[in-house]
Design a protein around this ligand. Structure first.
Ligand code: NAP
Length: 317
């Protein structure tokens, strides 16, 4: 099959989304609702989530509010504290892991309680699974490439994936979405970068040679829906566009989309001083390639960086 069509899902039950109030979650809920799919959303603040997501979504603050006879066809696990933001102190590292693993644990308990287990669990991971590629190496990383133990981003992704894989023993198909940086108009990394680029403050980070893996939000959602629909898809999926470029080229494409040029450069030492190990996310990316998605016949809506940038720039408020 070479179609991205979610019609292939053949599902009657609800989709349960954790992290439904987040950047990806909000857009996913809207897309599923537009397709007529019932949605159950988990949020720590059910009242605020209900008003943000709309009245046609069932919002729960705890998974044990879900009765065993509830028909849940698929689960998408997106919840977790933000990785890029606060400095990775020991306490923050524990929060990043516990916020994801805690929800995974409770999802497992729910799956065991449900009379009919869901067909599929799609869990968010990241290309950080492959660790940092030192020196701006463009060696391709497909889904069979190993993790890099000892690097926090890799250890975190591996732990998230191992937690999610526990559902396989309960007869659930598990798909691990290794997202690159997701680019969307309203949230995530793009709006701040776009603002800087618009103001003529687009910047090369470090050498600028490091790969900057990205995916347009349309395709992040497209791949999640593809993974739900395709019964033959399981395991890791690199959720990145097939056009990863060096960060300097990425910055130029972004600035160009606003008719500007890149004039600034942030030295690596400054970024590392400011961000600690978290700076690796910006200074040492991975050339992740979407081998599994392409082999499975997923057709990217935005496969070229320049086209994706001009699409986002046109939609920018
Ligand atoms: N955005 C990207 O570029 C990107 C790249 C790679 C991987 N990912 C991964 O993809 C997933 C979705 O990303 P996103 O950008 O949509 O994330 P997001 O906007 O930060 O949303 C995550 C959601 O998780 C819940 N959450 C936050 N802190 C939590 C905590 N301490 N404990 C439990 N739940 C918590 C929140 O929902 P409530 O407040 O409603 O509970 C929040 O809306 C995340 O796991 C992220 O790490 C994202």
């Amino acid at each position: 099959m070479t179609s991205n069509s979610p019609a292939a899902a053949g599902a009657a039950g609800a989709a349960l989304i954790t992290g439904a109030t987040g950047f990806v979650g909000r857009a996913l809920v809207a897309a599923l609702r537009r397709g007529g799919r019932p949605v159950i959303a988990l949020s720590r603040d059910a009242r605020s989530a209900q008003s943000r997501l709309g009245q046609d979504v069932r919002v729960v603050a705890r998974l044990d509010e879900i009765a065993p006879d509830t028909a849940i066809d698929s689960i998408v696990h997106l919840a977790g504290a933000r990785v890029l933001g606060r400095r990775w102190t020991d306490a923050r590292r524990r929060t990043l892991l516990a916020s994801r693993a805690g929800v995974s644990d409770r999802l497992l308990a729910l799956i065991q309680r449900l009379r009919q287990p869901p067909r599929v669990l799609v869990a968010a991971s990241a290309v950080g699974f492959y660790g940092a590629s030192p020196g701006g190496s463009f060696e391709p990383r497909d889904e069979a490439s190993p993790p890099r133990p000892g690097q926090f981003q890799s250890d975190l992704c591996l732990a998230i994936e191992n937690e999610a894989r526990r559902a396989e023993a309960l007869g659930v198909r598990v798909v691990l979405m290794r997202f690159g940086v997701i680019l969307g108009r309203d949230d995530g990394a793009y709006p701040m970068q776009a603002l800087a680029a618009r103001l003529g403050m687009g910047a090369v980070l470090g050498s600028g040679r490091q790969p900057a893996p990205w995916i347009h939000l349309d395709d992040a959602l497209g791949l999640v829906r593809f993974a739900i629909a395709r019964a033959d898809l399981a395991g890791a999926v690199n959720a990145v566009a097939p056009d990863t470029r060096p960060q300097a080229d990425f910055a130029k494409a972004l600035s160009r989309s606003f008719g500007r040029r890149v004039l600034l450069r942030f030295p690596s030492a400054l970024l590392r001083l400011a961000m600690g190990e978290m700076g690796d996310l910006l200074l040492e990316g991975q050339n992740a390639v979407p081998a599994v998605a392409m082999r499975a016949g997923y057709v990217f809506v935005h496969s070229s960086l320049d086209e994706a940038m001009s699409d986002l720039a046109q939609k920018a408020p």
